[in-house]
Design a protein around this ligand. Sequence first.
Ligand SMILES: Cc1cc2nc3c(=O)[nH]c(=O)nc-3n(C[C@H](O)[C@H](O)[C@H](O)COP(=O)(O)OP(=O)(O)OC[C@H]3O[C@@H](n4cnc5c(N)ncnc54)[C@H](O)[C@@H]3O)c2cc1C
Length: 107
Amino acid sequence: MFDRGQLGGPEGVLAFVVSANETPRETLEKQVLAQAGTQLGQPGLTPIQTVVEKRATFACTPGLARPPAAIAPGLQACGDYTEGPYPATLEGAVLNGLAVARSLATP
Ligand SMILES: Cc1cc2nc3c(=O)[nH]c(=O)nc-3n(C[C@H](O)[C@H](O)[C@H](O)COP(=O)(O)OP(=O)(O)OC[C@H]3O[C@@H](n4cnc5c(N)ncnc54)[C@H](O)[C@@H]3O)c2cc1C
């Protein structure tokens, strides 16, 4: 859960993220509100918007070809999308970033 007010956004607006969930939208909203009430002490929240995105990250399918970090002479890309051992995760993005930084540090 992100408190948008503490991130420079509007006060009193919270953003909840749910991953890998197949629950119908209405049920999901109710579950999130219930959880906010019991676990975060935030009863009585009103949903503003619920986004259900089934393609928020690339699908990590067998044999998937992802672009290498070196995308042009003198230009390297990094992030979860470039080739690496992890699917679209924070860890994958960090590993790819570190690999690019190391390659630049090596003459
Ligand atoms: C709903 C959801 C839940 C997730 N949950 C998890 C989780 O629980 N654990 C986990 O490990 N991973 C999770 N992920 C995946 C994880 O968020 C990503 O793999 C990771 O953030 C990728 O990092 P990145 O730096 O490659 O890209 P991003 O974090 O996407 O960063 C790219 C940045 O570039 C900016 N940008 C794009 N285009 C431009 C442009 N033209 N000019 C300037 N800036 C630009 C974007 O605004 C963004 O800030 C989740 C993803 C989603 C969508």
